[in-house]
Write a protein that binds this ligand. Structure first.
Ligand code: MRU
Length: 354
Protein backbone atom coordinates (compact mmCIF):
# COMPACT_ATOMS: atom_id res chain seq x y z
CA UNK A 1 0.00 0.00 0.00
CA UNK A 2 1.27 3.48 -0.89
CA UNK A 3 0.25 6.72 0.77
CA UNK A 4 1.13 10.40 0.63
CA UNK A 5 0.38 13.44 2.72
CA UNK A 6 -3.30 14.39 2.40
CA UNK A 7 -3.81 17.55 0.37
CA UNK A 8 -6.58 19.75 1.81
CA UNK A 9 -7.35 22.99 -0.05
CA UNK A 10 -9.95 24.45 2.39
CA UNK A 11 -10.03 24.69 6.17
CA UNK A 12 -11.40 26.77 9.00
CA UNK A 13 -8.65 28.39 11.09
CA UNK A 14 -9.94 28.93 14.63
CA UNK A 15 -6.86 30.89 15.62
CA UNK A 16 -7.54 33.85 13.29
CA UNK A 17 -8.77 36.71 15.58
CA UNK A 18 -11.41 37.33 16.69
CA UNK A 19 -13.43 34.17 15.95
CA UNK A 20 -11.68 32.23 13.19
CA UNK A 21 -11.73 32.51 9.40
CA UNK A 22 -11.87 30.50 6.18
CA UNK A 23 -8.49 29.65 4.68
CA UNK A 24 -7.78 28.36 1.20
CA UNK A 25 -4.86 27.35 -0.97
CA UNK A 26 -4.89 30.04 -3.69
CA UNK A 27 -5.20 27.75 -6.73
CA UNK A 28 -4.48 30.58 -9.16
CA UNK A 29 -0.86 30.60 -7.88
CA UNK A 30 -0.17 26.89 -8.31
CA UNK A 31 2.01 25.15 -9.38
CA UNK A 32 4.83 27.66 -8.95
CA UNK A 33 3.77 28.98 -5.52
CA UNK A 34 1.79 27.43 -2.69
CA UNK A 35 0.16 30.43 -1.04
CA UNK A 36 -2.68 30.34 1.48
CA UNK A 37 -5.29 33.07 1.66
CA UNK A 38 -7.45 34.04 4.63
CA UNK A 39 -11.04 35.09 3.89
CA UNK A 40 -12.37 37.44 6.57
CA UNK A 41 -15.16 39.11 4.55
CA UNK A 42 -18.09 37.91 2.51
CA UNK A 43 -16.70 39.66 -0.54
CA UNK A 44 -13.33 37.91 -0.21
CA UNK A 45 -15.13 34.52 -0.22
CA UNK A 46 -17.28 35.56 -3.19
CA UNK A 47 -14.19 36.75 -5.09
CA UNK A 48 -12.21 33.62 -4.20
CA UNK A 49 -14.95 31.50 -5.81
CA UNK A 50 -15.44 33.84 -8.79
CA UNK A 51 -11.71 34.17 -9.51
CA UNK A 52 -11.11 30.39 -9.12
CA UNK A 53 -8.81 30.74 -6.11
CA UNK A 54 -11.03 27.93 -4.91
CA UNK A 55 -12.63 25.89 -7.70
CA UNK A 56 -13.99 22.47 -8.52
CA UNK A 57 -17.62 21.69 -7.70
CA UNK A 58 -17.34 20.04 -4.26
CA UNK A 59 -14.65 22.53 -3.12
CA UNK A 60 -16.87 25.47 -4.07
CA UNK A 61 -19.65 23.96 -1.95
CA UNK A 62 -17.41 23.46 1.09
CA UNK A 63 -15.92 26.97 0.76
CA UNK A 64 -19.41 28.47 0.51
CA UNK A 65 -20.55 26.61 3.66
CA UNK A 66 -17.67 28.17 5.62
CA UNK A 67 -18.26 31.43 3.72
CA UNK A 68 -21.69 31.62 5.35
CA UNK A 69 -19.99 31.90 8.76
CA UNK A 70 -17.55 34.51 7.41
CA UNK A 71 -20.44 36.56 6.01
CA UNK A 72 -22.46 36.32 9.20
CA UNK A 73 -19.46 37.27 11.38
CA UNK A 74 -19.01 40.34 9.21
CA UNK A 75 -22.73 41.22 9.42
CA UNK A 76 -22.65 40.85 13.23
CA UNK A 77 -26.35 39.92 13.47
CA UNK A 78 -28.37 39.95 16.69
CA UNK A 79 -30.47 37.20 18.24
CA UNK A 80 -33.52 38.31 16.28
CA UNK A 81 -31.81 39.17 12.99
CA UNK A 82 -29.45 36.26 12.31
CA UNK A 83 -32.04 34.17 10.36
CA UNK A 84 -32.61 37.03 7.88
CA UNK A 85 -28.84 37.70 7.68
CA UNK A 86 -28.26 33.99 6.95
CA UNK A 87 -30.68 34.23 4.02
CA UNK A 88 -28.94 37.32 2.63
CA UNK A 89 -25.44 35.83 2.93
CA UNK A 90 -26.56 32.62 1.18
CA UNK A 91 -28.30 34.59 -1.58
CA UNK A 92 -25.14 36.58 -2.22
CA UNK A 93 -22.77 33.61 -2.30
CA UNK A 94 -25.15 31.88 -4.72
CA UNK A 95 -24.39 34.57 -7.32
CA UNK A 96 -20.66 33.74 -7.48
CA UNK A 97 -20.77 30.95 -10.11
CA UNK A 98 -23.79 29.35 -11.83
CA UNK A 99 -22.90 25.84 -13.01
CA UNK A 100 -21.62 23.67 -10.14
CA UNK A 101 -24.72 22.58 -8.26
CA UNK A 102 -22.66 21.78 -5.14
CA UNK A 103 -22.61 25.52 -4.42
CA UNK A 104 -26.41 25.67 -4.23
CA UNK A 105 -26.57 22.31 -2.49
CA UNK A 106 -24.23 23.44 0.32
CA UNK A 107 -25.93 26.83 0.68
CA UNK A 108 -29.35 25.14 0.75
CA UNK A 109 -28.11 22.85 3.48
CA UNK A 110 -26.80 25.76 5.59
CA UNK A 111 -30.07 27.63 5.04
CA UNK A 112 -32.26 24.64 5.98
CA UNK A 113 -30.09 23.84 8.97
CA UNK A 114 -30.38 27.47 10.16
CA UNK A 115 -34.18 27.25 9.85
CA UNK A 116 -34.24 24.02 11.85
CA UNK A 117 -32.51 25.77 14.77
CA UNK A 118 -35.58 27.91 15.47
CA UNK A 119 -35.44 31.00 17.69
CA UNK A 120 -32.10 30.59 19.42
CA UNK A 121 -29.44 33.20 20.22
CA UNK A 122 -26.94 34.23 17.56
CA UNK A 123 -24.03 32.86 19.61
CA UNK A 124 -25.68 29.40 19.84
CA UNK A 125 -26.68 29.51 16.16
CA UNK A 126 -23.12 30.35 15.16
CA UNK A 127 -21.72 27.34 17.03
CA UNK A 128 -24.29 25.10 15.33
CA UNK A 129 -23.81 26.55 11.83
CA UNK A 130 -20.02 26.25 12.02
CA UNK A 131 -20.44 22.65 13.12
CA UNK A 132 -22.70 22.06 10.08
CA UNK A 133 -20.03 23.54 7.77
CA UNK A 134 -17.46 21.16 9.29
CA UNK A 135 -19.91 18.29 8.72
CA UNK A 136 -20.31 19.26 5.05
CA UNK A 137 -16.51 19.22 4.70
CA UNK A 138 -16.10 15.90 6.49
CA UNK A 139 -18.93 14.25 4.54
CA UNK A 140 -17.38 15.43 1.29
CA UNK A 141 -14.06 13.87 2.30
CA UNK A 142 -15.83 10.59 3.11
CA UNK A 143 -17.71 10.64 -0.23
CA UNK A 144 -14.44 11.15 -2.12
CA UNK A 145 -12.82 8.18 -0.36
CA UNK A 146 -15.87 6.03 -1.19
CA UNK A 147 -15.75 7.13 -4.86
CA UNK A 148 -12.13 5.95 -4.95
CA UNK A 149 -13.07 2.62 -3.44
CA UNK A 150 -15.99 2.02 -5.84
CA UNK A 151 -14.14 3.24 -8.92
CA UNK A 152 -10.58 1.91 -8.60
CA UNK A 153 -11.32 -1.32 -10.46
CA UNK A 154 -11.89 0.59 -13.73
CA UNK A 155 -8.12 1.15 -13.91
CA UNK A 156 -6.40 -2.02 -15.05
CA UNK A 157 -2.77 -2.95 -14.39
CA UNK A 158 -0.39 -1.31 -16.92
CA UNK A 159 -3.18 0.76 -18.44
CA UNK A 160 -3.39 4.39 -19.53
CA UNK A 161 -5.98 6.83 -18.15
CA UNK A 162 -6.96 10.19 -19.65
CA UNK A 163 -8.44 12.98 -17.56
CA UNK A 164 -9.59 16.52 -18.30
CA UNK A 165 -9.48 19.57 -16.01
CA UNK A 166 -8.83 18.97 -12.31
CA UNK A 167 -11.14 16.71 -10.34
CA UNK A 168 -8.57 16.03 -7.65
CA UNK A 169 -8.04 16.87 -3.99
CA UNK A 170 -7.85 20.54 -4.94
CA UNK A 171 -11.36 20.39 -6.38
CA UNK A 172 -12.86 18.82 -3.23
CA UNK A 173 -12.26 18.82 0.53
CA UNK A 174 -9.55 16.18 -0.07
CA UNK A 175 -8.76 13.17 -2.32
CA UNK A 176 -10.88 14.25 -5.31
CA UNK A 177 -13.40 12.44 -7.48
CA UNK A 178 -11.85 11.38 -10.83
CA UNK A 179 -8.43 11.51 -9.18
CA UNK A 180 -9.81 9.61 -6.15
CA UNK A 181 -10.22 6.65 -8.49
CA UNK A 182 -6.55 7.02 -9.50
CA UNK A 183 -5.35 7.52 -5.91
CA UNK A 184 -7.24 4.43 -4.79
CA UNK A 185 -5.82 2.30 -7.66
CA UNK A 186 -2.33 3.63 -6.84
CA UNK A 187 -2.80 2.77 -3.16
CA UNK A 188 -3.61 -0.79 -4.30
CA UNK A 189 -0.14 -0.88 -5.86
CA UNK A 190 -1.50 -0.89 -9.42
CA UNK A 191 0.76 0.51 -12.16
CA UNK A 192 -0.78 2.86 -14.73
CA UNK A 193 -0.04 6.11 -16.51
CA UNK A 194 -2.26 9.18 -16.52
CA UNK A 195 -2.46 11.56 -19.49
CA UNK A 196 -3.79 14.94 -18.39
CA UNK A 197 -5.25 17.44 -20.84
CA UNK A 198 -3.84 20.89 -20.11
CA UNK A 199 -7.43 22.28 -20.21
CA UNK A 200 -7.46 25.66 -21.92
CA UNK A 201 -8.27 28.40 -21.25
CA UNK A 202 -7.37 28.33 -17.54
CA UNK A 203 -5.08 25.30 -17.55
CA UNK A 204 -6.45 23.40 -14.59
CA UNK A 205 -4.92 20.22 -16.06
CA UNK A 206 -1.39 21.54 -16.35
CA UNK A 207 -1.38 23.81 -13.32
CA UNK A 208 -3.24 21.55 -10.90
CA UNK A 209 -3.81 17.95 -12.05
CA UNK A 210 -0.28 17.00 -13.02
CA UNK A 211 1.03 18.86 -9.94
CA UNK A 212 -1.24 16.77 -7.71
CA UNK A 213 -0.46 13.49 -9.47
CA UNK A 214 3.29 14.10 -9.36
CA UNK A 215 3.05 14.94 -5.66
CA UNK A 216 1.29 11.59 -5.11
CA UNK A 217 3.93 9.67 -7.06
CA UNK A 218 1.56 8.75 -9.92
CA UNK A 219 3.04 8.47 -13.41
CA UNK A 220 1.58 11.54 -15.16
CA UNK A 221 2.09 12.97 -18.65
CA UNK A 222 0.80 16.37 -19.74
CA UNK A 223 -0.73 16.84 -23.19
CA UNK A 224 -2.36 19.78 -24.93
CA UNK A 225 -6.10 19.37 -25.38
CA UNK A 226 -5.73 18.82 -29.12
CA UNK A 227 -3.54 15.73 -28.54
CA UNK A 228 -6.24 13.59 -26.92
CA UNK A 229 -7.30 11.91 -30.19
CA UNK A 230 -3.76 10.84 -30.95
CA UNK A 231 -3.10 9.27 -27.53
CA UNK A 232 -6.38 7.37 -27.95
CA UNK A 233 -5.57 6.25 -31.49
CA UNK A 234 -2.10 5.15 -30.40
CA UNK A 235 -3.62 3.10 -27.56
CA UNK A 236 -1.72 5.03 -24.91
CA UNK A 237 -4.97 5.31 -22.96
CA UNK A 238 -7.57 2.65 -22.23
CA UNK A 239 -10.07 4.61 -20.19
CA UNK A 240 -11.17 8.21 -19.59
CA UNK A 241 -12.23 9.47 -16.14
CA UNK A 242 -13.44 13.02 -15.46
CA UNK A 243 -15.36 14.83 -12.75
CA UNK A 244 -18.63 16.74 -13.09
CA UNK A 245 -20.15 20.04 -12.00
CA UNK A 246 -23.82 19.14 -12.31
CA UNK A 247 -25.51 15.90 -13.35
CA UNK A 248 -29.14 15.94 -14.48
CA UNK A 249 -31.73 13.29 -13.57
CA UNK A 250 -31.06 11.39 -16.82
CA UNK A 251 -27.27 11.32 -16.26
CA UNK A 252 -26.27 14.12 -18.67
CA UNK A 253 -23.19 15.62 -17.02
CA UNK A 254 -21.77 19.13 -17.16
CA UNK A 255 -18.02 19.40 -16.67
CA UNK A 256 -15.16 21.64 -17.78
CA UNK A 257 -15.34 22.85 -21.37
CA UNK A 258 -13.78 20.22 -23.63
CA UNK A 259 -15.11 17.23 -21.70
CA UNK A 260 -17.87 16.65 -24.28
CA UNK A 261 -15.27 16.55 -27.05
CA UNK A 262 -13.17 14.07 -25.08
CA UNK A 263 -16.27 11.87 -24.60
CA UNK A 264 -16.99 11.94 -28.36
CA UNK A 265 -13.38 10.97 -29.05
CA UNK A 266 -13.48 8.17 -26.48
CA UNK A 267 -16.66 6.86 -28.10
CA UNK A 268 -15.09 7.01 -31.57
CA UNK A 269 -12.12 4.98 -30.31
CA UNK A 270 -14.24 2.43 -28.40
CA UNK A 271 -12.92 3.58 -25.02
CA UNK A 272 -14.83 3.61 -21.76
CA UNK A 273 -15.69 7.08 -20.47
CA UNK A 274 -16.45 7.40 -16.74
CA UNK A 275 -17.64 10.37 -14.71
CA UNK A 276 -16.82 10.36 -10.99
CA UNK A 277 -18.97 12.54 -8.74
CA UNK A 278 -20.59 12.59 -5.29
CA UNK A 279 -24.36 12.70 -4.79
CA UNK A 280 -24.05 16.44 -4.02
CA UNK A 281 -23.27 16.98 -7.74
CA UNK A 282 -26.63 15.57 -8.92
CA UNK A 283 -29.48 17.94 -9.67
CA UNK A 284 -32.51 15.67 -9.84
CA UNK A 285 -34.79 18.70 -10.28
CA UNK A 286 -33.78 18.96 -13.93
CA UNK A 287 -34.70 16.20 -16.39
CA UNK A 288 -31.68 16.56 -18.69
CA UNK A 289 -28.53 18.54 -19.41
CA UNK A 290 -30.23 21.19 -21.55
CA UNK A 291 -31.40 22.79 -18.28
CA UNK A 292 -27.88 23.20 -16.83
CA UNK A 293 -26.82 26.87 -16.75
CA UNK A 294 -23.43 27.22 -18.41
CA UNK A 295 -21.11 29.92 -17.08
CA UNK A 296 -19.56 32.19 -19.70
CA UNK A 297 -16.34 33.84 -18.59
CA UNK A 298 -14.33 36.87 -19.65
CA UNK A 299 -13.02 37.09 -23.22
CA UNK A 300 -9.49 37.86 -22.04
CA UNK A 301 -9.13 34.34 -20.63
CA UNK A 302 -9.09 33.20 -24.28
CA UNK A 303 -7.28 36.18 -25.77
CA UNK A 304 -4.31 35.71 -23.46
CA UNK A 305 -2.18 33.01 -21.87
CA UNK A 306 -0.15 33.40 -18.69
CA UNK A 307 -0.75 37.15 -18.64
CA UNK A 308 0.46 37.62 -22.26
CA UNK A 309 -1.89 38.74 -24.99
CA UNK A 310 -2.10 36.02 -27.67
CA UNK A 311 -4.88 37.41 -29.91
CA UNK A 312 -6.00 40.78 -31.26
CA UNK A 313 -7.28 42.74 -28.26
CA UNK A 314 -10.72 43.26 -29.81
CA UNK A 315 -11.34 39.84 -31.37
CA UNK A 316 -14.77 38.54 -30.33
CA UNK A 317 -14.53 35.47 -28.12
CA UNK A 318 -16.86 32.67 -27.08
CA UNK A 319 -15.79 31.40 -23.66
CA UNK A 320 -18.18 28.88 -22.07
CA UNK A 321 -16.56 27.42 -18.96
CA UNK A 322 -18.44 24.10 -19.16
CA UNK A 323 -20.13 21.76 -21.58
CA UNK A 324 -22.60 18.91 -21.19
CA UNK A 325 -21.75 15.32 -22.05
CA UNK A 326 -24.90 13.36 -22.94
CA UNK A 327 -25.58 10.28 -20.84
CA UNK A 328 -25.34 8.03 -23.93
CA UNK A 329 -21.59 8.76 -24.15
CA UNK A 330 -20.95 7.94 -20.46
CA UNK A 331 -20.11 4.32 -19.62
CA UNK A 332 -20.74 4.80 -15.92
CA UNK A 333 -21.01 7.40 -13.17
CA UNK A 334 -18.94 6.49 -10.13
CA UNK A 335 -20.60 7.80 -6.97
CA UNK A 336 -19.98 7.24 -3.25
CA UNK A 337 -22.98 4.89 -3.36
CA UNK A 338 -21.66 2.77 -6.20
CA UNK A 339 -21.54 2.81 -9.98
CA UNK A 340 -24.46 3.97 -12.14
CA UNK A 341 -24.30 1.92 -15.32
CA UNK A 342 -25.75 1.99 -17.90
CA UNK A 343 -26.47 5.66 -17.37
CA UNK A 344 -30.26 6.00 -17.46
CA UNK A 345 -32.73 8.04 -15.43
CA UNK A 346 -33.93 4.82 -13.83
CA UNK A 347 -30.44 3.76 -12.73
CA UNK A 348 -29.65 7.26 -11.45
CA UNK A 349 -32.76 7.02 -9.27
CA UNK A 350 -31.92 3.49 -8.14
CA UNK A 351 -28.38 4.32 -6.99
CA UNK A 352 -29.11 7.76 -5.53
CA UNK A 353 -32.28 6.57 -3.84
CA UNK A 354 -30.28 4.09 -1.76
O1 MRU B 1 -13.92 26.01 -13.51
P1 MRU B 1 -13.52 24.96 -12.53
O2 MRU B 1 -12.05 24.81 -12.38
O3 MRU B 1 -14.24 25.13 -11.19
O4 MRU B 1 -14.07 23.61 -13.16
C1 MRU B 1 -13.88 22.42 -12.46
C2 MRU B 1 -14.34 21.21 -13.18
O5 MRU B 1 -14.90 21.27 -14.25
C3 MRU B 1 -14.15 19.89 -12.46
O6 MRU B 1 -13.89 18.87 -13.37
C4 MRU B 1 -15.44 19.56 -11.68
O7 MRU B 1 -15.80 20.63 -10.85
C5 MRU B 1 -15.31 18.35 -10.88
S1 MRU B 1 -14.35 18.58 -9.44
C6 MRU B 1 -14.31 17.20 -8.50
Amino acid sequence: MKSHETLRPIWWNDSVAPAGALELIDQTRLPTETVNITCRTLDSVWQAIKQLQVRGAPAIGVAAAYGVIVGLDEAKPGDATWPAALGEVCDHLATSRPTAVNLFWALGRMRDYGKSLGAISWSSARVALLKEAHTIRDEDAAMCRAIGKHGQQVIAENSGVLTHCNAGALATSEYGTALAVMYAAHEQGRKFRVFADETRPLLQGSRLTVWELQRAGIDATLICDNMAAVVMRDKKVNVVITGADRIAANGDAANKIGTYGVAVLANAHGLKFYVAAPSSTFDLSIPDGSHIPIEERQADEVRSLGGRQTAPADIPVFNPAFDVTPARLITGIITERGMITPVTAENVRKVLGK
